[in-house]
Structures are given as structure tokens and as C-alpha cells.
Ligand binder design. Structure first.
Ligand code: AP5
Length: 211
């Protein structure tokens, strides 16, 4: 199996589907946002810098992102497929990322989880995460505690209106050209992300059986 790259506007369900698919197919998962958030939690100059960038809704510099992803890839055997969530997000990043895959003799296919801008805003504003086990809950979940471990649900610090607007603008400006390029190269397949979670999973699995 090739590596997978999950693309999609913020809130499209990359993390949600990534978790399900990686578990079912035994893929290693690289979550760019989560990896950067763990750097942001460190009490260091780099940690503070990354935290400020994430909370403003901007993209972390290429140098940092590429170092983090390479540190991950280098520890994964060549025959173990990886699911990449949230990378590449800009054209310069695409170039570096393609080179990195080549360097480690890996091949990837993209899956675009497609939703409308309006749906993205609603999901991000309503998303809550368990403070203990980090399970992610949709707008439709009404309780204040996690259904798995009873932890209190919290909003992510960058899920505020101002940072959301900035993230969506960045997606349009920086990431849409990357997705267009993958389509041009015939290396990406679209799924309808507006469907219920289980149906989106089913569509992704159908694609994987045809690859
Ligand atoms: P990151 O953590 O990747 O955040 P993001 O891009 O804003 O994406 P999200 O996690 O918000 O969306 P998602 O598609 O994973 O949605 P989810 O599954 O949670 O990045 C954070 C920051 O890190 C960036 O802003 C940037 O600063 C930095 N960064 C990351 N990558 C970078 C890079 N490559 N270069 C530079 N900087 C980078 O779903 C959202 C909600 O919808 C949830 O509540 C979920 O339960 C619900 N949901 C999911 N699917 C459905 C469905 N089908 N129906 C109804 N609800 C659904």
C-alpha cells in the first residue's frame, strides 16, 4: 500500500477520518497540527514561537515543519505505510515534501475530503476535544463530558472566530494551489466530506480497495 495524504479545508474531517483509517489499515499516522502543538507546549523559545503562530491561525515556517516531518519519516521502515494529515499546505512545502518522499523512496496518493466553507466554519466553532484522552467531538454531541473517559470537553485554542478566518484564508491562498497541482499530476481523489462520518469512511475505503 502507498502512503496516503489527507487534504481538506480546516474542519473537513482529516483528523477524524485519519484516526479511523489508520487504525483499520495499520498505518502510521503523522498529524502535522498535533506534532506542532506538542512543540508549542514546550517551555522553550521554539515552543513559544510555534504557539504564537498556531494561535494566530498562520502557517508555521517550512523549516520547522519539514524538520518535524523528516524526524518522523526517518523512524518508519520503508515498507510501513504512513498516513499524512495536514502536509503539504503550500507550494514551497509541496516541493520539499515531494523531495522528502523521494529521498526515503516513498510514494503517496492524496485524498481530498471536500466540504463547503460554511460547513467548515460551523464544525470548527462547534468542535470540542476531551481534555484527557483527546477524543474529538462534533457539533451534534451535546454532553460536556467525554463518552469514553468522562474527561471535560474543551475548545481548541485556535478554534476562535479570528483564528478560524485566518486559517480559512490561508487554506484558500496557500493550500488550494497545492491540491490543484496534485489533481494535475493525477495523484489525488475527491470524496464528499459533507456526508455523515461513517459514510465518508465507507467512500474512502472504497477508494482504497481500487488502488
Ligand atoms: P491542524 O491541527 O492540522 O488544524 P486544521 O488545519 O485547522 O485542521 P483541523 O484539525 O481543524 O481539521 P480536520 O480536517 O482535522 O477536522 P476534524 O477531523 O477535527 O493544524 C493546526 C495549526 O498547525 C495550523 O493552523 C498551523 O498553524 C499549523 N500547521 C499544521 N500543519 C501545518 C503545515 N503543513 N504547515 C505549516 N503549519 C501547519 O473535524 C472537525 C470537526 O468536525 C470535529 O468536531 C469532528 O467531530 C467534526 N466532523 C468530522 N467529520 C464530520 C462529518 N462527516 N460530519 C459532521 N461532523 C464531522
Amino acid at each position: 500500500m502507498k502512503d496516503l495524504i489527507f487534504f481538506g479545508i480546516q474542519g473537513s474531517g482529516k483528523g477524524t477520518q485519519g484516526f479511523i483509517i489508520a487504525k483499520e489499515y495499520g498505518l502510521e499516522i503523522f498529524e502535522t497540527g498535533a506534532a506542532l502543538r506538542s512543540i508549542a507546549a514546550q517551555d522553550s523559545e521554539l515552543g513559544k514561537k510555534v504557539k504564537n503562530i498556531i494561535e494566530s491561525g498562520n502557517l508555521v515556517t517550512n523549516e520547522i515543519v519539514m524538520q518535524v516531518v523528516e524526524d518522523f519519516i526517518v523512524n518508519v521502515p520503508a515498507n510501513q505505510p504512513i498516513l499524512f494529515d495536514g502536509i503539504p499546505r503550500s507550494m514551497p512545502q509541496k516541493e520539499s515534501f515531494d523531495n522528502l518522499l523521494q529521498k526515503y523512496e516513498r510514494e503517496a496518493i492524496g485524498i481530498l475530503i471536500d466540504i463547503s466553507l460554511e460547513e467548515a466554519k460551523n464544525r470548527l466553532l462547534g468542535r470540542r476535544i476531551c481534555s484527557l484522552c483527546k477524543k474529538v467531538f462534533p457539533v451534534s454531541y451535546i454532553n460536556d463530558n467525554c463518552d469514553k473517559c468522562e474527561g471535560i470537553l474543551q475548545k481548541r485554542s485556535d478554534d476562535n472566530e479570528q483564528a478560524i478566518i485566518r486559517r480559512l484564508e490561508n487554506f484558500d491562498k496557500e493550500t488550494v494551489p497545492v491540491i490543484d497541482k496534485y489533481f494535475e499530476e493525477g495523484k489525488i481523489i475527491r470524496v464528499d466530506g459533507q456526508l455523515p462520518i461513517a459514510e465518508v469512511t465507507k467512500d474512502i475505503k472504497n477508494i482504497l480497495t481500487e488502488l
